[in-house]
Design a protein around this ligand. Structure first.
Ligand code: ASP
Length: 464
């Protein structure tokens, strides 16, 4: 008999059906054994009646989390037994046959609770079990809905999804790179992308005009609650676009997304406020202010834009300027002359997207004039060698580059806020710890001598 998903069972009332899944709960009442079964679509109650001898024999052994195939009759529950607050609360499977597909040890922790009470190390080590808990099932399934929504939205707006390389060269977004040694060219390294920034700009030179990608990006920074060594950005780039158009598109996409996927939530401000960096700093002392009207309300989403950032920050250690965003962000036209006289007074076309006190995305209109780009390289103190690393960008820009700009909302932080979670690990299937470890896979880990030899690498261990 074909397997029926638990969610569909009510269409089979009065008939026989077979389900496959896990035992969620078992209540042995002697003559009758009650179960809740669970599959990816939902839960349902089942009962083995005293007459079903064979089923009884198996049912006595079966324990929670065992994997079973159950054949039974889908009965309407008598009026008194109907539970309106429970999914499938009006039906029950009268179990005729129960087959054990696999036994299970007792889980190392409770998987029915929300899990906040369990030590995180333990949860991450057994993440495959932790993910069974309803809260994480909901987070990961809603994440898929959110990703599908943005994919569909942008595709409908004539964007194309393009994958860019993971093995690449450093893209300087201001963090430390993760590097991968090359076997063929010993002593040389790839860098994992801190963002597909250069590729997406080069795709504009290629005439793609509207690009997006759900991009994995890697930054070797100290991890915090809202940071992971690798995370997912909705990377977007457009040609012939104004900052206003980027803001409008992003705002429309996320406002519609919230209405469709989180109808219980309220977007506080429509349109999203557009705030001046200087004023925000003066008023809130941070460039990612929490603008909710009621901070106790879990369903309030206060999106806002922060604009008019300074192009540079003064790097105190090195004594020269560092880009506030990244080195491809365009200065405002009216400030270009100040690049010579007073660089710290130059405003840029950076836009930051904030939500409930978190920076959830950033982007900018880019420089598309090689002379201005070179001038920025000088101001941030690049020597010849460093400039050479970006020769491909300057070269590409000689061949007819359209004005362009983009944005990269961070999907993990957005999901964290949408799901009212305290940190982004709760919305990532397999996150790393604060120390950057994957406790389940035990990564990072040592590699064997042969691998090291192939790569021409010798490890020198610091004696501490
Ligand atoms: N690459 C930038 C970032 O990762 C976003 C952008 O400028 O589009 O923050």
């Amino acid at each position: 008999m074909n397997r029926i998903y638990i969610k569909e069972l009510n269409k089979h009332t009065g008939k026989e059906a077979t389900i496959k899944g896990w035992v969620d709960v078992r209540r042995d009442q002697g003559k009758m054994i009650f179960f809740d079964f669970r599959d990816m679509s939902g839960k349902v109650q089942g009962v083995i009646l005293p007459g079903a001898k064979d089923a009884h024999e198996v049912g006595e052994k079966v324990r929670p989390e065992w994997v079973v195939e159950v054949k039974g009759k889908i009965n309407k529950r008598p009026e008194k037994m109907v539970n309106k607050n429970e999914e499938n609360g009006d039906i029950e499977i009268e179990i005729l046959e129960i087959k054990v597909l696999n036994e299970a040890e007792t889980p190392v922790f409770d998987i029915q609770s929300d899990g906040h009470e369990i030590g995180e190390e333990n949860r991450l080590k057994h993440r495959y079990l932790d993910l069974r808990r309803p809260r994480l099932q909901k987070n990961i399934r809603n994440r898929a809905k959110v990703l599908k929504f943005v994919r569909d939205y942008l595709t409908d707006e004539n964007f194309i999804e393009i994958e860019t390389p993971i093995l690449t060269k450093s893209s300087p977004e201001g963090a430390r790179d993760y590097v991968v040694p090359s076997r063929i060219e010993k002593g040389k390294f790839y860098a994992l992308p801190q963002s597909p920034q250069q590729y997406k700009q080069l795709l504009m030179v290629s005439g793609m005009e509207k690009y997006f990608q759900l991009a994995k990006v890697m930054r070797d920074e100290d991890t915090r609650g809202d940071r992971q060594p690798e995370f997912t950005q909705l990377d977007v780039e457009m040609s012939f676009v104004s900052q206003e158009e980027i803001l409008n598109l992003t705002e429309d996409m996320f406002t519609k997304l919230v209405k469709e996927i989180y109808p219980e939530k309220k977007v506080t401000y429509e349109p999203w406020p557009r705030l001046d960096y200087d004023e925000v700093m003066k008023e809130y002392g941070t460039d990612s202010p929490d603008l909710r009207k009621d901070k106790n309300d879990p369903n309030e989403l206060a999106f806002a834009w922060i604009l008019n950032f300074p192009l540079f920050e003064k790097d105190k250690e090195k004594g020269h300027y560092a880009p506030s965003h990244h080195m491809f962000t365009a200065p405002k036209e009216e400030d270009i002359s100040k690049l010579e006289s007073d660089p710290s007074a130059v405003r840029s076309y950076q836009h930051d997207m904030v939500l409930n006190g978190y920076e959830v995305g950033g982007g900018s209109i880019r420089i598309h004039d090689s002379k201005v780009q070179e001038r920025i390289f000088d101001l941030i103190g690049f020597d010849k060698n460093q400039k050479q690393k970006f020769e491909h960008m300057l070269n590409a820009f000689k061949y007819g580059v359209p004005p362009h700009g983009g944005i990269a909302p961070g999907m993990d932080r957005l999901m964290m806020v949408f799901e009212n979670e305290p940190n982004i690990r709760e919305v990532i299937a397999f996150p790393k710890t604060g120390e950057g470890r994957d406790l389940m896979m035990d990564a990072p880990s040592e590699i064997d001598e042969t691998q090291l030899k192939e790569l021409g690498i010798k490890i020198t261990k610091d004696k501490k």
